[in-house]
Write a protein of this length. Sequence first.
Length: 161
Amino acid sequence: MSTRSALALLAVLVLLLPSALLAEKKPVQLSLFTPAQIFPESDNIEFLRVNLIYGRNASASGIDLGLINHTTGRGSVGIQIGAVSFNDSEYTGWQYGFVNATDGDFKGFQWGVVNYARSARGFQLAFVNYAETMYGLQIGIVNIIRQGGFLPVFPIVNWSF
């Protein structure tokens, strides 16, 4: 690549960078605790979010890692790994941690000590699994499906199809 081409590419990147930073979706978030994070909690994170203590954003799509992961809006998708992962709304993907909670529609796989989903489609694996409604399978010590399960509470395995 010639010097002239490199300078032209650099000029284009410099011109595009401000619009990328102002876009609704941000590619990477690093959070010590909210509000001590790169982007405000109202932003959507598109690729990688790392929450050293506690991070909160509207949504996180991609890889979401941290001690406490929290999303407040709709449309989070991907892999959430943390001690506690909490979604105020929908989540699609894989949640892995001590406590996984989705206070909306969950689609995918929850693996933890305690799993909670208001409405679940998929698989829950934990000591305690809870879903208000579910289309799928629970495996754990205590399995609760409030409406439509094989039984409302059942040890080892519970399901609703």
